[in-house]
Design a protein around this ligand. Structure first.
Ligand SMILES: NC(=O)c1ccc[n+]([C@@H]2O[C@H](COP(=O)([O-])OP(=O)(O)OC[C@H]3O[C@@H](n4cnc5c(N)ncnc54)[C@H](O)[C@@H]3O)[C@@H](O)[C@H]2O)c1
Length: 362
């Protein structure tokens, strides 16, 4: 690549390091400046990486070509729109935003100015999840009948108290689904080919916060398959997140981004009166998830998020700019998991009514 893409990392909190480290290690990218409204945070991170630091974007617009937005979730679209208006490529942390109208405005701003845009969903780079999606799309699992996502994570009250935006409707925009669960909500809707409607119930059971810390949803996919999404930040000590996918030829389970079960056999599915016994077949890459890997997923510690998938997504973003193509997981793609979560909230608000994604109010 001829010219290095100069990045600004906006927000120097928990997740900034994944971005700064990944940008620093990516060919064709340079960390140019870091910004945080808290001067001491901006200064500490600027000094750590040996780059310029500032408390406002207005001081540094000329210093970068692309922005990595690591702000509280309810500020993603606002700052992304400001950056797009200045012709900067936009990479935002998940969720794309907490409001559908704001998320759509961000997509329009990026598309109308022609800048590249992406939203972090680092699990889209997990090899086994991609293999599972291929199997679903190609019909290898037969006709899809069920797809479940279990995100039984744990966060302490101290975690919620550690930032005045955490656990609020105004800036977190939700709880165990909007913040933590969004990853695997995206995975299950992506693997299963999109959600048509949900019926749900959410509660706040274990924390002193405004938003939900338990959520249960019945899902109907666009294909007609059904499933459940269970999210939590109340289950101690925090379990590895799981996808369980069932087609007429068999089943696959992913735990912590790795295959835990793969039992797929067209002939056996058709021959056996009462089905087969579990786990006779090797998975495509059967891998038992260790405790370290589970904690690396962020199931119990928000700062223990795998860095290598952020690195892969940032490398893809940099190549997309160089090659003038869409990155994996554009901001437009990121509207789908946001809609699923907003539909779950709307359903719960209406006492468990069935909400079709296409009928969601903005
Ligand atoms: N992809 C992942 O696995 C992952 C993991 C953690 C967090 N996140 C996402 O990253 C985002 C940030 O989360 P966090 O845990 O790092 O939050 P945080 O509170 O630790 O950090 C946010 C930072 O933004 C700064 N800030 C707030 N408003 C600002 C403004 N207007 N201008 C400049 N700076 C401002 C704060 O001072 C703070 O340093 C959230 O949207 C969250 O959902 C993603």
């Amino acid at each position: 690549m001829s010219q290095s893409l100069r990045f600004c990392v906006l927000g120097c909190g928990v997740i900034h390091e994944n971005h700064c480290d990944a940008i620093t290690k990516t060919d064709g990218a340079t960390l140019s400046v870091v910004v945080d409204e808290v001067a001491s945070k901006a200064q500490a991170v600027g000094e750590k990486y040996g780059v310029k630091h500032a408390t406002s974007l207005d001081e540094v617009w000329d210093d970068f070509d692309a922005i990595a937005i690591c702000l509280p979730s309810g500020l993603h679209a606002e700052y992304g729109i400001r950056a797009a208006a200045k012709g900067k490529h936009v990479l935002t942390e998940k969720p794309i935003d907490i409001k559908l109208k704001a998320a759509k405005a961000l997509v329009s701003a990026c598309e109308s100015t022609g800048v590249k845009h992406a939203c972090i969903s680092q699990h889209r780079f997990a090899k086994d999840i991609n293999r599972l999606r291929e199997a679903v799309l190609s019909g290898e699992l037969g006709k899809m009948i069920q797809g479940d996502a279990y995100i039984k994570w744990y966060r302490t009250q101290q975690y919620y108290d550690s930032g005045d935006w955490r656990g609020t409707w105004a800036l977190d925009g939700g709880g165990c689904l909007m913040n933590q669960g969004v990853h695997y909500v995206d995975m299950i809707q992506w693997v299963m080919g999109g959600v048509e409607s949900v019926q749900a119930n959410v509660q706040t059971l274990a924390h002193d916060i405004e938003v939900e810390d338990m959520a249960q949803a019945l899902v109907t996919y666009k294909s007609g398959a059904v499933g459940v999404i269970l999210g939590s930040t109340s289950v101690f000590p925090g379990m590895a997140e799981r996808l369980e996918v069932h087609g007429t030829y068999g089943s696959a389970i992913i735990e912590g981004d790795r295959f835990k079960l793969w039992q797929v056999d067209e002939a056996q599915a058709q021959a056996g009166l009462y089905g087969g016994s579990v786990n006779k077949q090797p998975t495509p890459s059967l891998h038992v998830v260790s405790h370290d890997e589970q904690s690396g997923s962020g199931s119990s510690d928000p700062s223990a998020i795998w860095g290598h998938q952020h690195q892969m997504q940032i490398e893809d973003f940099v190549r997309a700019v160089a090659d003038d193509r869409d990155p994996v997981m554009t901001c437009r793609d990121a509207i789908e998991p946001l809609k699923v979560i907003l539909a779950i909230y709307e359903s719960s608000r209406l006492g468990g009514a069935r909400i079709r994604l296409e009928d969601l109010p903005e």
